[in-house]
Design a protein around this ligand. Sequence first.
Ligand SMILES: Nc1ncnc2c1ncn2[C@@H]1O[C@H](COP(=O)(O)OP(=O)(O)OP(=O)(O)O)[C@@H](O)[C@H]1O
Length: 241
Amino acid sequence: MTATALAAVRAGRTVLRDLDFTVPRGRITGLLGPSGCGKSTLMRAIVGTQANVTGTLTVLGAPAGTPTLRERIGYVTQAPSIYQDLTVRQNLNYFAAVLHPGRPHREARAEAVTRAITDVDLTSHADHLAGRLSGGQRSRVSLAVALLGTPELLVLDEPTVGLDPVLRRDLWDLFHTIADTRGTTILISSHVMDEAERCRHLLLLREGTLLAEDTPDALRARTHTETVEEAFLHLVARATP
Ligand SMILES: Nc1ncnc2c1ncn2[C@@H]1O[C@H](COP(=O)(O)OP(=O)(O)OP(=O)(O)O)[C@@H](O)[C@H]1O
């Protein structure tokens, strides 16, 4: 994925400006920055749902928003997008039917559902109501929905927000497994800087502009800091006159 001179305007205000970056394929890229800096807007631009975007944005070789990209991208928004009054399997059956409707696809659908439930390690909860699951389990159901179409690109908007450290670690292990075993490109946003250490590539965003694009190691090395959080603060201080 590459962006050149990417900008976005929301309600008359420029919320992304002059972004140039590359997201490498088959790896985990972290989109990090404080609340309100434009992470969700950028993700919406990438999946093609954001209005008033200018510049060039190429996703999986096609301009962002191209209809054929829809089934090649899995997108998990911040707000839970699953039905609380359905079980985990019923939720997935429903979304699988939207993706591949019709009787001829029935077997493939059932297989895809079972695989997605296994992928996110929820087999033992498959028949539990989504509304009775913990926050972390619900996040995993949303992720399973996104995995149904075997996407080449997964866009995950703050998937670990509000989760305890153990669940966060488990989810990150899952993201790495998905990237490593399937070559899926993953873009994950977070405002928690320590999550940056788990990414292969980083985009640091602040007030709609890109503060840095680098690997965590290179970022720490060139700012002479120990953590990405310190590196971020160092770069903010340098950028503020
Ligand atoms: N529906 C909207 N209409 C107008 N402006 C909006 C809308 N949603 C967000 N914004 C503005 O766009 C800017 C970027 O918001 P965005 O949601 O992309 O940030 P974010 O980094 O994802 O924040 P958070 O981490 O809190 O979700 C903010 O200044 C916000 O006020």
